[in-house]
Design a protein around this ligand. Sequence first.
Ligand SMILES: *Cc1c(COP(=O)(O)O)cnc(C)c1O
Length: 379
Amino acid sequence: MDKIPFNKPHLTGNETAYIKEAVSSGKISGNGAFTKKCQAFFRERYGFKKALLTTSCTDALEMCALLADIQPGDEVIIPSYTFVSTALAFVRQGAVIKFADSRSDHPGINEESIESLISDKTKAIVPVHYAGIACDMDLIMNLANQHDLLVIEDAAQAIESNYKGHPLGSIGNLAAFSFHETKNINAGEGGLLAINDERFIDRSEIIWEKGTNRAAFFRGEIDKYGWVDTGSSFLPSELTAAFLWAQIENLEKIQQRRKEIWNLYYDRLSLAADDFGIQIPVIPEYATNNGHMFYLVCKSEEQRTGLIDYLNKSNILAVFHYQSLHKSHFYKDRYEGPELPYADKYTDRLVRLPFYYRLSDEEILKITSHVNEYFSQSP
Ligand SMILES: *Cc1c(COP(=O)(O)O)cnc(C)c1O
């Protein structure tokens, strides 16, 4: 059998046809017909007040930091167990990051720990919906309202997932999604900024287009455009949007299969969880599962290394995930907070199994048999 990779970006079939269409239309820079179609789709499906395609989720988070007007010395609360970009976007504005620990039952932010991190310098809370599973947003939104803070959802992994019936990304003031090739729908590289707070609508479009009021000009609202604010070139070309449109058209089909894959993993591995003391994903009653990722949390780092090696010998590529950001080379010397034992636990012990649209049932059975075999032998 061929090697089973960790990820294979899924091509739905129409990507190159739509790129060709964009090329023949003569408009291939950003904010053209495909961009507008994608943005309208997300706005309508998830109820955002505004949606802007970006070249990555990292870019969308950088736009959030600009919109939130983060100044040097401002504090932002972020889980330590997350991707670099969640913190980097704010660090670039001079923010001090207050790292929060993960939950004991889930790698997401420990909502109960957030309040103790709030000070009079805090500007924003950035919850990350790890594995597409919602943070407890009522707790977070209540805290934010009490202390007059912004909530910026890192929904990079969270497309098509809900919190108490509300789409993730539609709850905070702002949210960022990713269409990186490892995400449920992809454009190679790509992202989306979702705006739910009307105060940010006008400025978002300006920041998106290099600090100019170009978008308003093309709508005929003003008679010449110029430099009015800070910003950058955050918008993707029509080639990216055309590719993404093909993915969007297949969103439900992709989601259906990804959830089947997740459920098959779950059914085949929940026994291991009980018998061998391995932690598997839990979906709180307020959350849904969007089939983004399937992970296990081993009993020790040695056990995880053993599992990854064992699977690798059978041509199965399983991988670990984040390294706690408060212990990263970049941040460790300025970190002044307490130990974050759960962020460290997931750093050392979490492993992700292969997960992509074309992963077959047969392959999942092979993977799960090997996982169960390993745990039944592992000390
Ligand atoms: C993938 C990811 C990002 C970054 O997305 P890009 O589109 O690659 O910039 C940020 N945060 C989280 C939680 C992610 O999973």
